[in-house]
Design a protein around this ligand. Structure first.
Ligand code: HEC
Length: 148
């Protein structure tokens, strides 16, 4: 019974405040999980682009679409105050210049959306070129905002 009240209160809280008042620990776990989903799909793409596994246009498009669908869900995993609360590699600089961090995230979102549409079109050279653009967007953000 007590559990249930707590759960209902939690659900109502989420409905009322959206992501505004989330627990930092939850936010950190949320964003790390999203990055894990991205990496899970990114590795086979990387393998295909580098020729380590055979290029399969359909498989590539499926996984590129997954990355593109997760990308717009990442930013809400970085609410103010979530620079600590669980083990995290997110640098405090993120919140010192959140506009720049947001811009880098948008660049990534757009690049990954374009990778998904390029992948559906099936031109292998164009796909590989756009894959590199997305990879640069990951790196640009990690270099500045992710600790090793
Ligand atoms: C706009 C910034 C940004 C972009 C773009 C970005 N990342 Fe990250 N990434 C981060 C930050 C910050 C962390 C650290 C999160 C934490 O530990 O709280 C992270 C963490 C990760 C992690 C570790 C997750 C864990 O379990 O700790 C992986 C894997 C990862 N990113 C992969 C990628 C890949 C692959 C891309 C591109 C396809 C990408 N990221 C794009 C900022 C970014």
């Amino acid at each position: 019974m007590r559990m249930r009240c707590a759960l209902i209160a939690l659900l109502m809280g989420v409905a009322n405040s959206a992501a505004a008042q989330v627990n930092p620990e939850d936010a950190i776990h949320y964003r790390q999980s999203q990055f894990s989903v991205i990496l899970w799909n990114w590795m086979p793409l990387n393998g295909m682009v580098r020729g380590r596994i055979p290029f399969d246009a359909k498989e590539f498009a499926k996984r590129a679409e997954r990355v593109a669908s997760v990308a717009p869900q990442l930013l809400e995993g970085f609410p103010a105050g979530s620079d600590s609360g669980a083990e995290t590699s997110a640098k405090k600089d993120i919140w010192a210049d959140f506009a720049d961090f947001t811009a880098k995230m948008k660049t990534f979102e757009q690049a990954s959306a374009k990778l998904a549409t390029t992948a559906r079109a099936g031109d292998e050279a164009a796909i590989k070129a756009q894959f590199a653009v997305v990879g640069d967007a990951c790196k640009a953000c990690h270099d500045k905002y992710k600790a090793e």
